[in-house]
Design a protein around this ligand. Structure first.
Ligand SMILES: [Fe+2]
Ligand SMILES: [Fe+2]
Length: 322
């Protein structure tokens, strides 16, 4: 249950005072620098004390998506742990990519549960910068990151994956500095307008009917309305407002022709679809990365900027090479 929902119901979540980390944020047999708890019957039970290590054998028995809880007071210790792993000489790039992505999923979840959008926007900067730093540091980082897609569809997983893929495309297309940061943040918040679409529609198990679809298609406008209240860049607003435009000029909400769509929104149009095709939803089986790219480059090609679609193929090539 989200904290917002818990407080609306007048119940305090028993995880209050703790933040979640995914099991796979931890490297087996490596000592932690923070206390780790598990929740049993709504009560926090100490699982690992700071300084102890999670045995590889035990990790194997835990589900990949299982979570531990760490006291809020030790948040800086956890951040330091991730930072140290990212900068550890000799640690495999694939392991680093996994630690960064796994630790960012719960962070993205927190960002999306925040009622205070300003705080969420601020927090997103650090999250995106961590990925950019890693990609700049390790030439093969992007290939591994892109290969670690989520298997289930949740708004925060989807948003994080779209951000990671967009950073990958952005890197190939030559984005750098503030531009690539804004691209990553814009991608992370591209669906923020879904906050104003009814949860029953967002979570519906199956295709939407016409009325629901009309509501859903309003999320770019809702998103723009939210972002307009904060001092965000025009690029970030375009990522949100224009990511469902189509290069053919028949997208929504403005039916912009290809060259009038903001380049960052053109990138997100591609990464958003790629993620939807490769992620499992209740009503469809996910496509493999190769099948999704083939499908987008044949059946859907006219919807996207052709140069950017080429860049997506390049990412796939690098992923395979990795
Ligand atoms: Fe969207
Ligand atoms: Fe999306």
């Amino acid at each position: 249950m989200s904290q917002a929902l818990s407080s609306a119901l007048g119940t305090a979540p028993s995880s209050l005072g703790y933040f979640k980390i995914r099991v796979n944020s931890l490297i087996p047999d490596r000592s932690t620098t923070f206390d780790t708890y598990i929740m049993i019957n709504s009560r926090m039970v100490l699982y690992l004390r700071a300084g102890d290590a999670l045995a590889a054998g035990k990790i194997a028995h835990l589900e990949r998506a299982d979570v531990f809880y760490v006291p809020d007071a030790q948040r800086s210790h956890f951040k330091r742990y991730v930072f140290d792993r990212m900068n550890e000489e000799g640690l495999d790039v694939k392991v680093k990519a996994n630690v960064l992505r796994e630790s960012s999923i719960t962070l993205a979840e927190e960002i999306f549960e925040k009622q205070d959008v300003e705080e969420a926007l601020n927090d997103s900067r650090e999250l995106i910068t961590n990925f950019i730093d890693f990609m700049e540091e390790e030439p093969t980082a992007m290939s591994y990151l892109v290969g670690l897609s989520s298997h289930d569809f949740y708004t925060y997983n989807h948003s994080l994956d779209v951000a990671i893929y967009s950073l990958g495309l952005g890197q190939i297309l030559g984005y750098s500095g503030d531009d690539i940061t804004e691209l990553g943040r814009g991608a992370l918040f591209h669906d923020i307008g879904k906050r104003h679409v009814k949860t029953e529609i967002i979570c519906k198990q199956g295709p939407l009917d016409d009325t629901e679809w009309v509501q859903m298609q309003k999320h770019p406008q809702y998103g723009l309305k939210i972002l307009n209240e904060y001092g965000v860049s025009e690029a970030m607003k375009a990522c949100c407002f224009e990511h469902h435009e189509s290069f053919l000029g028949n997208g929504y909400p403005q039916q912009l022709p290809g060259d009038e769509i903001h380049p960052m929104a053109r990138i997100i149009a591609i990464t958003d679809t790629y993620d939807a095709l490769t992620t499992k939803r209740s009503y469809n089986e996910p496509m493999s990365p190769q099948a999704a790219v083939d499908f987008m480059c044949s059946k859907l090609a006219a919807k996207y900027d052709p140069d950017m679609l080429k860049a997506l193929r390049q990412i796939l090539g690098r992923m395979k090479a990795a």
